[in-house]
Design a protein. Sequence first.
Length: 383
Amino acid sequence: MIRLPDATGALRPYEPRPAVPVPPGPPPSSRTLYAAAHVVVDPFGDTTPYGRATLDWDATLAFRRHLWAHGLGVAEAMDTAQRGMGLDWPAAAELVRRSAAEARAVGGLLVCGAGTDQLAPPYGPLEAVVAAYEEQLAVVEAAGARAVLMASRALAAVATGPDHYEEVYGRLVRQTAEPVILHWLGPMFDPALEGYWGSTDLEEATATLLRIVTAHPEKVEGVKVSLLDAGHERELRRRLPAGVRCYTGDDLHYPALLAGDGQAHSHALLGALDPLGPLAAHAVRLLDAGDRSGCRAALDAAVPLARHLFEPPTRCYKTGIVLLAWLAGHQRHFAMAGGLHAARPLPHLARAYELADGLGLFPDPAAAEAKMAALLAVHGVER
């Protein structure tokens, strides 16, 4: 029994539940699932808001092997890995190289984020943005990985309209060796991306994105949409050229988007799959076997946890994800780059523990309970 605080600080008893183990399995056949994976920092490094991230490479790569073993792909060096929130470009470049080598060793599916986060304000001319993208693309492709063209704070600041987005993305996709995934990350994840694609009007921004994709369909493998707007995503995937995939980045509505409407469906590239990956892969394997209701039941059961982790301010979702990785035994501490382990209040963390335990996500519930009790004790909550 453990006592958990609510938002008022009131304590209530909670009895942990048994684990619900999900065995490793092959990749699902009907949907591609990429888990945007977190990084594990060295807790003896500088984990303050002013420090430069130092990673625990063994634990970071072990977590990726865990995801691959369960049939998921890994989306590396993305927002979940604290790009722009603690992980700088030199560390991200090394992460790409090491993860690509691990992927080759185990036959794991991998895509890697390429952006412009080596630039700092003032960002300079548009040509500097292109050059920054090209530098990161070169690292990703030299590692033997496919790229996700990440949304760029620099481009959002420098571009004066849709034409600049079409120019930059057109130049980039024409030179890539392999088709890329374009990433539309909404301002709820990063306020600096307000007005991406050259407009704050959703339809105008969508039209610009579609012009880019339509002009280069053979060089765009898919579009990853992280706007938390399921209706817009359904409309966008209907308008994509044949053969171009829609990857949902909607951590709140992914069950219905993955299951589809009988005519179309999304694939997934999600931060929520960091803790939920094994469960989601198992659910989609049920879909592969024709058990649509079983798939939806499994995915729907996890939505309350996903909604909790991604509640506003949404960009702080990484804190809950790393907490769950620690509680599940994937790392030996609860520390994050940039001090982000302090980005959520204690009642939020307690509820994340409760919801994850209710899903049976912890392989050793007693160990998870002991860790959560220790975290609560640091904050003055006695058992």
